[in-house]
Design a protein around this ligand. Structure first.
Ligand code: DLL
Length: 437
């Protein structure tokens, strides 16, 4: 396979040179961060009063971590490090609780972010001849405008469709010959189910690729979308605190996500001890944003669980690769004392061919015990009134799940298209247990 690079020199820079560059950028961003009262205080408490005290990349460990909590405390302008009249955009993530966290961009920040998204898109083999339908939420969420600007920078024809209304999405795809789409993986699965329902044939579409991210999904889910839609699916990782999408992305080798190390410093730490884990092991990803001046964030605890691949990538890029993110430290469910990540359930069920495109995990209290129910849609060719094979399937799924997660779940089978669908990030878990338990 021949690989194309958006910025060949930077993408293939020997790692030692990349590290030298990172150190320079780290010192610059530290100096910028010190303009905010928050970092001035935090850093001086840690004994850092000037950026020049950071002499090697390893010295980053002297910098205290920043958490979501810190960002919320600083709402709205606590992390702003340039005069307000230099800011040209803000994005915000509401998260699950109250106060949003807000990030600000000046002109150069937008250019730098756009370049990282363009580089990511280009790494998947797209170019200016592509027609790109951006089926993700626009607005305060970074996915819409982030990919929109990146797509335009590549020179693609960008259709800002946003999510929802699958009938209209199919019409746009057919009218304009869409070759690449962007959505959450759960919305892509929904699109595929709707395609069959509405009788849209694969032959009427020019689709070749999809970027899928903003939520965790398994390798089986990727393969399922690829097989059903006959396209290549590329994993896309990012978070608002680090600009949004374009932080880490799969190249055409599809073997881990290259984290753009000229824009971000990535560390993997043990979430309990906060010490670095041995290279290759899974832990919590900590990121420092080197490429945004207007609201710098240092050593941000992402809560995302991943690790580095240690071997070089066949594409020739020197930027290290992250493993598929399996979940967040705060996603973990404890069911009768057993730790469980929702991604473990997805991994099992999406490998079963009779299983359809949607599922929901429900946790309840029954007396003193926790009760786990997995509601699963079946493929549309499975008849719901044919109870014998259905019961056998249910039992097979239950047994497979039990052997993999060591919890005995209740399995419910549902008709294709009957479970709730979200246009953005899927809500996979309904934890109905009383909160104080
Ligand atoms: O989701 C930014 C984004 C937009 C990424 C479009 C990719 C595509 P937030 O709303 O701040 O930002 O959510 C960030 O989503 O910390 C992860 O927990 C999760 N996440 C994002 N991408 C992936 C992925 C955007 N590829 C949070 N795999 C992150 C697993 C992901 N989880």
């Amino acid at each position: 396979m021949t690989y194309q690079y958006w910025n060949e020199r930077m993408e293939t820079l020997p790692h030692a040179e990349l590290e030298t560059y990172q150190l320079e950028q780290l010192k610059k961003i530290l100096a910028v961060a010190m303009r905010t009262p928050f970092y001035q205080k935090r850093l001086s408490e840690a004994g850092i009063n000037s950026a020049d005290e950071i002499r090697s990349l390893a010295d980053i460990r002297r910098v205290p971590f920043t958490t979501k909590h810190d960002l919320r405390d600083g709402f709205p302008y606590g992390f702003l490090s340039v005069p307000k009249d230099e800011v040209i955009r803000l994005h915000a993530s509401s998260g699950t609780t109250g106060t949003p966290t807000t990030i600000y961009f000046n002109k150069e920040d937008i250019v730098r972010w756009t370049n990282f998204v363009a580089r990511s898109i280009y790494a998947t083999g797209c170019n200016k001849t592509d027609v790109f339908q951006n089926m993700i939420t626009y607005g305060l969420f970074t996915g819409g405008l982030g990919f929109h600007f990146g797509g335009e920078a590549v020179g693609m024809l960008v259709i800002p469709s946003g999510p929802g209304n699958t009938t209209r999405q199919f019409k746009l795809m057919q009218d304009f010959g869409t070759t690449v789409v962007h959505a959450t993986p759960s919305f892509l699965l929904h699109v595929e189910a709707k395609m069959r329902e509405e009788g849209v044939t694969r032959g009427s579409l020019a689709l070749k690729r999809a970027f899928a991210g903003a939520e965790p999904y398994s390798e089986d889910t990727r393969r399922r979308i690829e097989d059903l839609l006959c396209i290549d699916v590329y994993n896309s990782y990012g978070l608002s605190e680090m600009n949004g999408p374009g932080v880490a992305f799969e190249c055409q080798a599809k073997d881990g996500l290259h984290i753009w190390e000229d824009g971000y410093i990535a560390e993997i730490v043990n979430p309990d001890t906060l010490e670095p884990v041995p290279d290759g092991e899974v832990g919590e990803l900590v990121l420092t944003c080197l490429c945004r001046e207007a609201s710098p964030i240092l050593r941000y605890r992402t809560r995302d669980l991943t690790g580095f691949y240690t071997e070089p990538c066949s594409c020739g890029r020197t930027h290290r690769r992250l493993r598929r993110i399996t979940g967040r430290t705060d996603d973990m469910l404890i069911i009768n004392g057993v730790n469980l990540f929702p991604s473990q359930i997805e991994e099992v069920i999406m490998s079963i061919k009779e299983v359809g495109n949607n599922y929901l995990i429900v946790v309840e209290k029954e007396g003193v015990l926790d009760r786990l129910t997995v509601k699963i849609e079946v493929r549309p060719n499975i008849f719901m009134d044919d109870t014998r094979p259905l019961n056998a399937l249910k039992e097979r799924i239950r047994r497979t799940l039990q052997s993999m997660i060591t919890i005995n779940p209740r399995v419910e089978l549902h008709e294709s298209g009957s479970l709730p669908v979200s246009e953005g990030k899927a809500k996979r878990v309904q934890d109905n247990r009383p909160k104080d338990v």
